[in-house]
Design a protein around this ligand. Structure first.
Ligand code: FUL
Length: 499
C-alpha cells in the first residue's frame, strides 16, 4: 500500500486539499478523547530525553571478554585513573541526558559493595576495596545534570545457586540495595534478555537452563522496582516501561508503534522481529529503545580503538532511532585506565556538532501556517510552531485526512521535516505524506525513500534538498483526530534566520 501510495494522482491530491480547505468542520473546543493505550507521565518524560549513554565496564574490560564466565579474579579491577566525572563530563558535553551503567553484567561481578557475595568491588584493589563505582557515577551524574540508571543482569554466571529459588532472593536483594535511595533517583532499570546457559556457577562449571517466563517472576520484580523507584522506566524485551527494539544495531522500524499486546513479550522473547515496529493492535504503552555500541563490542577492547563509529554513522543512527519514535541508548565503553578513550569522545563531540548543523534553524518559524481544519482556538495550527510541546493542533472528530500547509514569503531550502504527536492523548497517525509546491504549482512528494506511516513522539523525515514556496503534510489515516504538537523543517548548515 505504501509504494502504491507514492504513485497517487497528484492532481487528485491537490483537488482534495483545495476542497478540504473550503469545508468547515464543526467547531469543538474540548480536547479530543484519548485513544488508548496512552503513556504514563514518566514514560512521556523518558521519551523527551531522546538520547542517553550506556557504559559497559567491569572485569570483562580487563579480561578482554564480552560475556565473562564468572570465574575471573576481582584482583583484575585496578584502574589507574578511573574518573567518573570524566565520563559524565564527556557524555553531557555530547548532549546525552543520562547514563546507565552495568552495575552487574552476566559474569555476576558487582561494581558496588554488594551484600551476599564477595564477587564485588570490595574484593578488588580499587580504592583498597573501599570503592563504589555506582556511587561515584551517581554523584558525577548529579553534578553534570544527567539522569542515572542501572543495568542489573538477571543472569549470573558466578553464583553457585543460579537456577535455584535462593538465587532469585539474592537478585531481589541486589535490586533493593541499588534502588533503595542510597544512589538517588534511578531513571531506568535495565533487565537484559540473556538468561541461562553455561557458566562458572561457583565452580560447577556447567550449563544451566531456566524457564525464562517463570523463573524470576518478573511481574513481582517489576513491582519491587516500582515500589522503590516509582518513576523508574523498566527496560526489558517487553517492558513494562520501555521495550527492546529487537536488534543491537540501533535501528527502529520506519513504522514504529509505542504499543505491545500486554503480557505477550517477556525477557528472551522468541519473536524479536516484531519489536522494531511494535504491535499496532497493542493495548499497553511500551515504547522502543535502541541500544547500540559506539564500537563493535559492548566492553572496551584495545583492538577496537580504530573501529569507533564515525560522527556521520552516529548521526545516521540518531535519525534511525530518535527520528523513528524511539530513544537512543548509545554505549560508550570505559577503557582499562578507567576513562572514556579519546577516539570515542572525539567522535561523540563531532556527532553533537553535526546535530547542531542539521537542526540549526527551523524555517517553519517564519512561515504562514494554514490548516485544512481546526478544532477551535485552543487547538489552532499556530500551536505547531510555538516551540511548546504541550500545545497542539487538532481537528474536529468528524474530520478525516486533514492537512496543514506552511507557506514562505520567498522560496526556502529544506532537507528534513520533524513531526511530533502529542502522545499523552495516544499515538494516532497511521499514514501521512510530506509534499512541496513545485515551480509549476504542483504538489510533489518529497524524495525520502522511507515509509511515512507512524509518527509518535518524534518522526524525522529526511529527503533530497528542495527549494520551495510551500510545504504541506497530509495526514491520510489516523486513529481518531490528529493531535500534532510540532512541525519543524531544517536544512543542514542553515543556521541563520533570513534577513
Ligand atoms: C545484551 C548482552 O548480552 C550484552 O552483553 C550487552 O550487555 C547488551 C546491551 O545486551 O543482551
Amino acid at each position: 500500500m505504501n509504494i502504491m501510495k507514492k504513485n497517487y494522482c497528484l492532481f487528485a491530491a491537490s483537488f482534495f486539499f483545495a476542497l478540504s480547505l473550503s469545508v468547515s468542520c464543526s467547531d469543538a473546543v474540548i480536547a479530543p478523547d484519548p485513544v488508548l493505550p496512552v503513556p504514563a507521565p514518566q514514560q512521556v518524560r523518558w521519551q523527551q530525553m531522546e538520547r542517553y549513554a550506556f557504559i559497559h565496564y567491569g572485569l570483562n574490560t580487563y579480561a578482554d571478554a564480552e560475556w565473562g564466565y564468572g570465574n575471573v579474579s576481582p584482583e583484575l579491577l585496578a584502574p589507574g585513573k578511573l574518573d567518573c566525572r570524566q565520563w559524565a563530563r564527556v557524555l553531557a558535553g555530547a548532549g546525552m541526558k543520562g547514563i546507565i551503567i552495568t552495575a552487574k553484567h552476566h559474569d555476576g561481578f558487582c561494581l558496588w559493595p554488594c551484600e551476599g557475595t564477595d564477587y564485588d568491588i570490595a574484593s578488588s584493589p580499587y580504592r583498597d576495596g573501599k570503592g563504589d563505582i555506582v556511587r561515584e557515577l551517581s554523584e558525577a551524574c548529579r553534578e553534570y545534570g544527567l539522569k542515572f540508571g542501572v543495568y542489573v543482569s538477571p543472569w549470573d554466571r558466578n553464583r553457585s545457586d543460579y537456577g535455584r529459588e535462593e538465587y532469585v532472593g539474592y537478585y531481589r536483594s541486589q535490586l533493593e540495595s541499588l534502588l533503595s535511595g542510597d544512589y538517588g533517583e534511578i531513571f531506568e532499570v535495565w533487565l537484559d534478555g540473556a538468561n541461562g546457559g553455561d557458566g562458572w556457577y561457583g565452580g560447577a562449571d556447567e550449563t544451566r537452563t531456566i524457564d525464562r517466563r517463570v523463573y524470576y517472576d518478573f511481574p513481582s520484580i517489576d513491582s519491587l522496582i516500582l515500589s522503590l523507584q516509582p518513576d523508574a522506566i523498566i527496560f526489558s524485551d517487553g517492558g513494562p516501561g520501555c521495550r527492546w527494539v529487537g536488534n543491537e544495531r540501533g535501528v527502529a522500524g520506519e513504522t514504529n508503534w509505542s504499543f505491545l499486546r500486554g503480557g505477550e513479550v517477556y525477557p528472551g522473547y522468541h519473536a524479536a522481529g516484531e519489536l522494531p515496529s511494535g504491535h499496532e493492535d497493542g493495548d499497553t504503552w511500551i515504547p522502543a529503545e535502541c541500544d547500540v555500541s559506539i564500537r563493535p563490542g559492548w566492553f572496551w577492547h584495545a583492538d577496537e580503538d580504530s573501529l569507533v563509529k564515525s560522527p556521520e554513522q552516529l548521526l545516521d543512527l540518531y535519525f534511525k532511532s530518535v527520528g523513528r519514535n524511539a530513544n537512543l541508548l548509545l554505549n560508550v565503553p570505559v577503557n582499562r585506565d578507567g576513562l572514556i578513550s579519546k577516539a570515542d569522545s572525539a567522535s561523540l563531540y563531532a556527532f553533537n556538532n553535526l546535530l547542531s548543523r542539521e537542526f540549526g534553524y527551523n524555517v517553519l518559524k517564519d512561515a504562514a501556517v494554514e490548516a485544512s481544519s481546526e478544532r477551535g482556538r485552543p487547538f489552532r495550527a499556530e500551536n505547531l510552531v510555538d516551540g511548546d510541546y504541550d500545545t497542539f493542533w487538532s481537528v474536529p472528530d468528524s474530520c478525516s485526512a486533514p492537512s496543514v500547509r506552511f507557506s514562505f514569503v520567498k522560496p526556502e531550502k529544506l532537507d528534513k521535516i520533524v513531526l511530533q504527536e502529542y502522545i499523552p492523548l495516544g499515538q494516532r497517525v497511521v499514514d501521512f505524506d510530506v509534499e512541496y509546491l513545485s515551480r509549476d504549482g504542483m504538489w510533489m512528494p518529497v524524495d525520502c525513500g522511507e515509509q511515512t506511516t507512524t509518527i509518535g513522539y518524534k518522526r524525522i523525515v529526511r529527503f533530497r534538498p528542495i527549494e520551495t514556496e510551500a510545504v504541506r503534510v497530509v495526514f491520510r489515516e489516523s486513529r481518531g483526530p490528529v493531535c500534532i504538537s510540532a512541525v519543524e523543517a531544517y536544512l543542514r548548515d542553515y543556521t541563520q534566520a533570513p534577513e
